[in-house]
Design a protein around this ligand. Structure first.
Ligand SMILES: [Zn+2]
Length: 428
């Protein structure tokens, strides 16, 4: 092997037309950093003129016309050092059109200074967790460049999974980037594989409809279950799109409704003139806790000025107001019914509850009665969004990832890359 062959093997350069000079390696200080600079030249006999298209058959067609010197190309790091290929590119002149052109190489795209290998490496790193800033630093490029790479990936095809839909879908909203319509984005989960199916930048009905209508009717008809938030307009819409699907309200969101109702009831009591103001403010978490999980262990409390247990505290607070007491009982009944999947208990509460409960809880129970035919599905079927660990983690992860993004398409590309739903190497 010649020394050119060795160096090319080391730098992963596969272009046959690149040749390294004798003594080709220098260490140069660039922007305060020691950088390895490899000097090489690029030459070959061009097949034709890219300007006029004439075929090159000899010296009467195309001739060598000097070099374009020192074209800097950023390579991937070598032993932790920033590495640059300083390439002298052969210039050619076409005798037919009298114009000149410069030799091209597979190391780098035309007019670009960052090698294709570096870009590939950036793509691979984008598939792992980690900030764009770190990726930029590791690859000796700007954060803007990493964003441009992300841009090129995010222009992926719209229809996922070759147009096949999973049999069990989960749909949820999450707060995404500022450029999403109505500030919320939609996450569609493949419940069979417990992975993201897609994320969409709008939760508006018309956008959801046009999104799913990209999939053939035959596929939509195959969807058996969909778990979703307790938001009535969605149900009408999804029934229209997926005519065979059973819609299951998410148990987590049922919990959330009564939780908010009880908390709002507490907040209403939390006024300065109430002698228990400070206690009600401080112990909000205990009030929302499942009463069976409250501790009996006594501890000194500053508010009560004596030793009290969690049970003592809650018992005291709910007995300060009759409406609050009744609302608390409804709340405990509902969360336990959901927990133990006791459908009869749940239905009994929503239809025969005490009349003296807060307006917030009345409203929540009314919502449940209005959607009763769907809510029973949450008791009859296993599927749910919020309670499955995987789903929770997914949304958390997305939100976490979303923090640094202003553009939805970047957020989406990154999530799809990290979850292994996009293969940038194939797309490349
Ligand atoms: Zn020409």
């Amino acid at each position: 092997m010649t020394h050119t062959d060795y160096i090319k093997l080391m730098l992963n350069i596969k272009d046959d037309n690149v040749y390294f000079y004798e003594n080709c390696l220098e260490i140069v200080n660039i922007n305060g950093k020691n950088t390895k600079v490899f000097n090489a030249f690029l030459t070959y006999i061009p097949k034709c003129c890219p300007k006029c298209g004439c075929i090159n058959e000899g010296h009467d067609d195309i001739i060598n016309w000097g070099f374009k010197r020192n074209c800097h190309i950023k390579l991937t790091k070598v032993c932790g050092y920033d590495t640059i290929l300083s390439l002298d590119k052969q210039r050619f002149k076409c005798k037919h059109c009298n114009r000149t052109f410069i030799a091209s190489t597979s190391i780098v795209d035309f007019h670009k200074q960052i090698s294709n290998d570096t870009n590939l490496n950036i793509k691979l790193e984008l598939m792992q967790k980690g900030t764009e800033k770190d990726i930029a630093r590791r690859n000796n490029v700007s954060t803007n460049h990493v964003n441009r790479v992300l841009d090129s990936i995010s222009e992926d095809k719209l229809v996922k999974n070759n147009g096949f839909l999973p049999e069990v879908l989960g749909i949820d909203e999450f707060k995404a980037t500022k450029d999403t319509k109505s500030k919320m984005a939609l996450i569609i989960v493949d419940q069979v594989r417990a992975n993201i199916f897609d994320i969409n930048n709008s939760r508006l009905s018309k956008d959801i409809e046009s999104y799913f209508n990209m999939y053939p009717k035959k596929e939509r008809d195959k969807v058996k279950f969909i778990t979703i938030d307790l938001y009535k307009p969605y149900y009408k819409l999804l029934k229209r799109i997926f005519k065979n699907a059973i819609l299951i309200p998410d148990r987590f969101h049922i919990d959330l409704q009564v939780r908010d109702a009880l908390d709002n009831t507490r907040k209403k009591l939390c006024i300065k003139s109430n002698p228990n103001y400070r206690k009600l403010k401080k112990y909000w978490k205990l009030i929302l806790k499942n009463e069976d999980e409250l501790s009996e262990k006594k501890q000194y409390s500053k508010c009560f000025k004596k030793e009290v247990s969690q049970i003592d505290i809650v018992t005291y607070l709910i007995n300060t107001d009759e409406e609050f007491y009744n609302t608390y009982q409804v709340y405990q009944g509902i969360i336990k019914a959901i927990d133990t999947r006791d459908k009869d208990k749940f239905l009994n509460i929503i239809h025969h509850h005490d009349k003296n409960i807060s307006k917030y809880m009345k409203k929540a129970l009314k919502t449940f009665r209005n959607m009763e035919k769907y809510i029973v599905n949450a008791f009859d079927y296993e599927y749910s969004n919020g309670r499955t660990e995987g789903m929770n983690n997914l949304i958390k992860q997305i939100k976490h990832t979303a923090c640094g993004y202003r553009k939805f398409k970047h957020l989406k590309a990154r999530v799809m890359l990290i979850k292994g739903l996009l293969n940038p190497i194939k797309a490349y």
